[in-house]
Design a binder for this molecule. Structure first.
Ligand SMILES: NC(=O)c1ccc[n+]([C@@H]2O[C@H](COP(=O)([O-])OP(=O)(O)OC[C@H]3O[C@@H](n4cnc5c(N)ncnc54)[C@H](OP(=O)(O)O)[C@@H]3O)[C@@H](O)[C@H]2O)c1
Length: 317
């Protein structure tokens, strides 16, 4: 049993921009029977964190103020609930402790996470790198392996190739042996070529639908509404998977393509597959910049306006 009563957490008590975030001293947490209590070493910033903070999810989530921000984490188990079988005190773990999932929020010195949203941390990377991976790594592997079932020799277009999901998706697609085209902004063209992209389209100055044809798959990880132009680059029977708004099925039928929205499933089997890919050296975490817990506001300002490559991480310990 850990003996502490107060911990620091980045919280907000009303919806708004980064200015609503405060670093507070809050009471000790206890895990429920199916949770672990984790001493957080690092957490990372995802678009969902600022979408919740801005109130963009409306009544869709069980948001109760004050909210401790964040989902992605990496750290060490310090207490295990009575029904926990997979983890013990001292285990290095990573996972997803978003309040919407029933976690307590990861931008804090300690966090409770459901066993099913927790996994053994990859052994070949540090906590900063591991914390960058959960939501984006699983989004990329679910999209490419489970929904698209991407095969060697196929052609895939990945939108948002320099983002959190896009950087991981490029690496997985190249490992599979696919030919990868990707859309990025001007400053990221060379960066994604180094990640392995074969063809790079600068979305600021070029129209991908005028340059690409007969693709097997499009993976939309930019968060922008580029559905119909994406349908135009697919061959008949090709597949479009998007991380955001559900695609219009009538429109997909008109183009003779399949289209779906992905909902990321941050559960242990997917974490374990991600761990395999990381430990095999297939997936290398892409960390742009690291902030301290006290700098959470600045981390969000940077993420929301600075156009980082890959991930922004909060070093907690
Ligand atoms: N459905 C789910 O369960 C689920 C799970 C995870 C994430 N998501 C959503 O998936 C989206 C991507 O997530 P992420 O974490 O990868 O976000 P991210 O790190 O912010 O990456 C988005 C990338 O898209 C680029 N971009 C912006 N406009 C573009 C355009 N018109 N064409 C091509 N690229 C463009 C951005 O580049 P610049 O900054 O240079 O413009 C950035 O590199 C977000 O909307 C997120 O909320 C959904």
């Amino acid at each position: 049993m850990v003996d502490y009563f107060i911990m620091k957490a980045a919280q907000y008590s009303k919806y708004g921009g980064p200015e609503v975030i405060e670093i507070r001293d809050v009471p000790k947490l206890s895990p429920s029977e199916n949770q672990v209590l984790v001493e957080i070493h690092a957490a990372s910033v995802n678009p969902i964190d600022w979408k919740i903070r801005n109130g963009m999810l409306g009544d869709r989530g069980p948001i109760k103020f004050p909210v401790t921000i964040g989902g992605n984490f990496s750290g060490v188990v310090v207490e295990a609930g009575s029904k926990i079988s997979e983890f013990k005190v001292g285990d290095e773990v990573y996972g997803q402790a978003l309040v919407l999932n029933g976690g307590s929020g990861s931008y804090a010195e300690f966090s409770t996470s459901n066993q099913e949203n927790t996994a053994r941390k990859p052994s070949n990377i540090n906590h900063i790198e591991a914390a960058s991976l959960p939501l984006v790594g699983i989004s990329a592997l679910q999209g490419l392996e489970q929904h698209i079932n991407l095969q060697k020799g196929q052609k895939i277009l990945i939108h948002g190739g320099a983002g959190g999901i896009g950087t991981i998706a490029i690496q997985i697609a190249k490992h599979i042996g696919a030919r990868v085209a990707t859309t990025v902004s001007t400053k990221d063209v060379e960066y994604v070529k180094k990640l392995g992209a074969d063809e790079v389209i600068d979305y600021k100055s070029e129209r991908f639908e005028e340059k690409l044809r007969d693709f097997d798959a499009v993976f939309e990880a930019s968060g922008k509404d580029i559905i119909e132009p994406s349908f135009k680059v697919l061959k008949k029977g090709g597949i479009f998977v998007t991380m955001t708004a559900p695609p219009d099925q009538e429109l997909a039928k008109k183009y003779g393509v399949r289209a779906m929205r992905e909902s990321t499933d941050t559960t242990t089997p997917n974490f374990n597959r991600l761990t395999e890919l990381v430990e095999a050296g297939v997936v290398k975490p892409q960390v742009d910049r690291v902030f301290k817990l006290e700098e959470t506001r600045q981390a969000f300002e940077y993420k929301e306006t600075g156009h980082p490559r890959g991930k922004v991480v909060i070093a907690v310990k």
